[in-house]
Design a protein around this ligand. Sequence first.
Ligand code: SAH
Ligand code: SF4
Length: 433
Amino acid sequence: MNTADSEIVMGVLGENGYTYTSDIADADVALLNTCSIREKAEEKIYHRLYALKFYKKKNPALVVGILGCMAERLRKELIEEKSLVDLVCGPDEYRKTPELIENALHGSRGIAVKLSRVETYDDIIPLRTEGIAAWISVMRGCDKFCTFCVVPFTRGRERSRTLASVVNEVHLLSQNGVKEITLLGQNVNSYSDEKYDFADLLAAVADVDASLRIRFTTSHPQDMSDKLIETIASRDNLCKYIHLPVQSGSDRILQKMNRTYSREHYLQLVEKIRRVNPGVAFSTDIIAGFCTETEADHAETLSLMREIRYDGAYMFKYSPREGTKSYEFGDDVPDDVKTRRLNEIIKIQQSISRELNDMLVGTTETVLVEGPSKKTKAEWFGRTDTNKVVIFNPAPADISDSVFDAPRIGEMRNVCIKNVTSATLFGELLPYN
Ligand code: SAH
Ligand code: SF4
């Protein structure tokens, strides 16, 4: 989501004559897009800011700015108390970045952190840097108010872009050679542009170009309608991969988190999605050590994981955030207990992921080729429909390159899976059929 937001900011700045450099030593302006979801994310930004001081010493005219959720949360502290930054700009004020930068270049520090009920940056063309894959934010903010979560406070109320504007953007991206699009929102299932819901949006986006792979995230388990589940099944280019954060397997904890669904509801939902979409992959988010979590609650999370058998999971220790409801509950699970529970969660997930991946050895998977692998140029990588990373040899050793159809970035190719870990599949590229 922050990558998508940074691309919007770069779009706004691009229209105002600024260009992007990946070399900080070259920059007149350095903007950090920030996340407040857990304390660790904020700590990272402080480290970055201190690192930037070095460049500011070398070039006192360098403008340093904070964008995003931390801007919303810490405003004055960043500008006044820490005096590290020249501008602070919240997630709904990105149109003001050129003005804030202009002012900063003339020596005045500025803050713009108002949240909006309507801003969706509908008309801004993001400046994308990621080749064949593109993100599109279809909605902003969140109205769910899970008790642990800072998002409703830092990103404001939920609002959606119009279906027509999203579809137009998809047309443009498809014409420009993009092969995979991910629709983004904190809770895409509650997308609504008054006339159309998320199932309508998905269908319309999928129909723009049948060769485009369409993904979406995040789905909230409460709002996943039958219509949406059936729509996902109805088109081959809608990826059969669903990120469905559960957070906990204990009803008591789910209630305390204000997640608005029960363990039973969640299990039935997964079963329904699997029935309608055979072979669908699931990932989830899990929080270890939420306020008052007992060993019995934790055991329920582990048993839910064993029952569902997620393909992957993002797993976190509970991090209290000031201003949220759960901040007032107190952070009563000791850190060593949180760490131990998190490690148990990670261990179970790794062994499940490994078992699920083991079942793919010997099968043929279709991957969207993304390019040479980051580790060794001799290997390439891509992703399956179910979002698994596949590393493959561009050609089998016994076939010379001139005969073999070398892979090209952006094409769909078949790979025979030879080997797996819990996180990655390894295989050999097959010739065109
Ligand atoms: N909108 C998405 C999640 C956005 S935040 C949803 O509702 O599923 C991404 C994940 O961060 C959450 O799913 C949750 O697991 C985690 N998270 C959010 N607040 C947290 C906190 N205070 N401590 C630890 N993890 C948190
Ligand atoms: Fe946060 Fe809950 Fe909204 Fe997700 S649905 S962003 S966890 S408040």
